[in-house]
Ligand binder design. Structure first.
Ligand code: AMP
Length: 144
């Protein structure tokens, strides 16, 4: 059901894109906005949100926008890697509530992974405060 519903412009990421809700920003250009996940699964968990397309998920994204958006996802992933030096990175994306999607505006997760450190659960755990996220975001921003 949630895989095929219509786009709701009141979703939280649309509000962040419009500047109506705060975020700890990592990167912004004409194509996408990247910011820290407030329920990070690891230090540096970053979300990359496309500005155009009004797409709820990957299936909805108009092809014309996809290439530039995916380049942006890669750009953020490279900066996360360069800024935080993890041992690995997970790039994740969920489509529909049944698959674990909780915010219905397309986004990719960039999640740094360190050997011996367990990842938190998706969409669970304690909400991080902006002043905890900001120093990590600063390291990523410095790596572009
Ligand atoms: P998904 O479940 O794939 O739709 O991912 C949504 C992600 O957004 C989750 O990892 C949440 O922790 C994160 N999230 C929810 N609200 C906010 C917010 N206001 N700012 C930053 N991240 C958020």
């Amino acid at each position: 059901m949630t895989l095929h519903a219509s786009y709701d412009p009141e979703n939280i990421f649309a509000k962040i894109l419009r500047g109506q809700m705060p975020c700890v920003k990592v990167y912004e250009d004409a194509v996408a906005l990247a910011f820290m996940d407030v329920f990070p699964q690891s230090e540096g968990h970053t979300l990359v949100v496309p500005k155009a397309g009004m797409a709820r998920n990957f299936l909805d994204m108009p092809g014309d926008w996809l290439g530039s958006y995916m380049l942006c996802v890669q750009k953020i992933a490279r900066a996360v890697e360069a800024g935080l030096k993890p041992d690995g990175l997970r790039i994740m994306q969920f489509n529909g509530a049944a698959a674990g999607q909780t915010v219905f505006h397309l986004h990719f997760h960039v999640i740094p992974v360190w050997e011996g450190r367990e990842l938190g659960r998706h969409g669970a755990g304690a909400m991080a405060k902006p002043d905890e996220l900001e120093p990590v975001a600063a390291k990523i921003r410095a790596a572009f």
